[in-house]
Design a protein around this ligand. Structure first.
Ligand SMILES: [Ca+2]
Ligand SMILES: [Ca+2]
Length: 368
C-alpha cells in the first residue's frame, strides 16, 4: 500500500517530535526567519511573561533548543521564541542584548512580516511626516515630525507600531545626518505607561526601521506627534542647483493589544534643496512639471491645472505641515483642473506641491 509522501512526513513528525525540543534563534521573536522591528512588537506584547529558562542559553546567532512555554501569541507563535536571552522572562534585555545585536540576521525560509499599509482616502489612520522646512540650502538642519493619527481623526487602541523607511543618502551629512528620537511625553504614553523604542539605521543604504511599543498589555487612543527625525543636509554639494531629499515610510505594522493589525496610511516627506533659495522665490526653477494654480490669491477653492498623472498632491503651510492630501481619484490623469479645498484655512501663504517619478512642482498660494 502506498501513502503520499506528505502523509508519511506528517506521521514521522508527529511520532518523532516529542523526543526533539523546538528550536529558536535569539531575537527572532516571531520565528519568521529574520530579526527586525516587528520582533520588538512581539516582545512588547509578551512583556513581563515568565516561562522555563533555556538550558545553556546564548544570544549567539545559532539554533537553540527550548521548551515550549504553552502561552501563544494570537498567530500561534509560542512565547518562548520571544525570550531571546533565555532567562525565563520577557523583558527589555531581550531587545537590547539580542534583538539589536542580531538585527537583520536571517535563518531558513522567510515568512512575511505582516506589514499592513492602507490606501489614502479610505478613512484609515495616518502616519504623517511633517518637515520643519520644505525648501532649504546646503548645510541646513531640518526636523521631520512623525505623527500617528491626529486630533481630527484619533487613532483607536494603539499598542505598538513597526515602520520600515527609506531615504536619499547622497544629500545628507554622512555621520550624524539622519537621527531619530521619540518624544518623552507623547499621547502614546499619556497614561505614563512605559514605551520600548528601537531605531536601527543604515546610512549607507538609506534604510531604517523603527519600533515603538507599549509593554503593559493595555492600549491607548489619541493622535499627534510621537517622535522626530533630525536631518542635516551636506555642507557642500558639488554642482547643486536644485535637488530633492525624500524620506519615505515604506511599510507600516500598527497593532492593538491582541496583535490585531490596523492598516495605516504611510507618508513621504519631500524637501527641496537649492544652492540659493532666493532664486527660487518665484519657484520657477523647481517647476520641472508644468502646473498652473488659479485663482491665486484664492478664498474657498483653488484649482490646479496639469496634464500629468501624479503620485502625490498636497497643501502645506510655511512650517511644512501637510494640511491636505489629494485622494487617489484626484491623482489619476486629469483632463480638467483639480479642485483643492481651502475652507476654514487662515489667510496666509501656503505651498501646493505635487509630483511623480519624472519630477515635481511647488507653487506658492496666497489664501485671503
Ligand atoms: Ca522575526
Ligand atoms: Ca529574557
Amino acid at each position: 500500500m502506498k501513502y503520499p509522501i506528505s502523509l508519511i512526513a506528517l506521521l514521522f513528525t508527529v511520532l518523532i517530535s516529542p523526543m526533539h525540543a523546538q528550536e529558536m534563534w535569539p531575537g527572532d521573536a516571531n520565528n519568521n526567519g529574520v530579526v527586525n522591528a516587528v520582533d520588538v512588537l512581539y516582545v512588547g506584547l509578551a512583556y513581563g511573561a515568565a516561562g522555563p529558562e533555556r538550558d545553556d542559553a546564548t544570544i549567539n546567532w545559532e539554533a537553540q533548543p527550548f521548551e515550549l512555554w504553552g502561552q501563544n501569541f494570537p498567530d500561534g507563535t509560542d512565547y518562548g521564541y520571544a525570550d531571546a536571552d533565555g532567562n525565563g522572562g520577557i523583558e527589555d534585555d531581550d531587545i537590547s542584548s539580542a534583538i539589536l545585536p542580531n538585527f537583520g540576521l536571517t535563518h531558513g525560509p522567510l515568512s512575511p512580516d505582516g506589514y499592513a499599509n492602507a490606501a489614502p482616502g479610505v478613512g484609515a489612520p495616518q502616519v504623517t511626516l511633517s518637515p520643519s522646512a520644505t525648501l532649504v540650502e546646503a548645510g541646513a538642519s531640518i526636523n521631520i515630525g512623525l505623527s500617528l493619527g491626529n486630533l481630527d481623526q484619533p487613532l483607536e487602541n494603539f499598542y505598538g507600531i513597526a515602520l520600515a523607511l527609506s531615504y536619499d543618502t547622497e544629500l545628507i551629512e554622512p555621520t550624524t545626518g539622519f537621527e531619530f528620537d521619540d518624544l518623552d511625553n507623547s499621547w502614546i504614553n499619556a497614561d505614563e505607561a512605559e514605551i520600548e523604542e528601537v531605531f536601527v539605521n543604515d546610512q549607507l543604504t538609506g534604510q531604517a526601521q523603527i519600533a515603538l511599543t507599549r509593554i503593559n498589555q493595555t492600549t491607548i487612543s489619541g493622535g499627534g506627534q510621537v517622535a522626530e527625525f533630525s536631518i542635516i543636509i551636506e555642507d557642500i554639494i558639488v554642482g547643486l542647483t536644485v535637488d530633492t531629499f525624500r524620506l519615505r515610510v515604506d511599510s507600516v505594522l500598527l497593532i492593538d493589544n491582541n496583535f490585531k493589525r490596523i492598516p495605516a496610511v504611510p507618508d513621504t516627506a519631500t524637501i527641496i534643496i537649492a544652492d540659493d533659495t532666493t532664486k527660487l522665490s518665484s519657484t520657477r526653477q523647481v517647476s520641472q512639471l508644468p502646473a498652473r494654480l488659479f485663482p491665486n490669491p484664492a478664498r474657498q477653492h483653488c484649482y490646479l491645472d496639469t496634464p500629468q498623472e501624479l503620485d502625490f498632491l498636497k497643501l502645506v503651510d510655511t512650517y511644512g505641515h501637510t494640511l491636505w492630501q489629494a485622494p487617489p481619484d484626484l491623482l489619476v490623469k486629469s483632463s480638467g483642473p483639480r479642485a483643492i479645498p481651502l475652507e476654514n484655512l487662515p489667510a496666509g501663504i501656503y505651498q501646493v506641491q505635487g509630483g511623480n517619478s519624472r519630477g515635481f512642482f511647488s507653487r506658492k498660494l496666497m489664501v485671503q
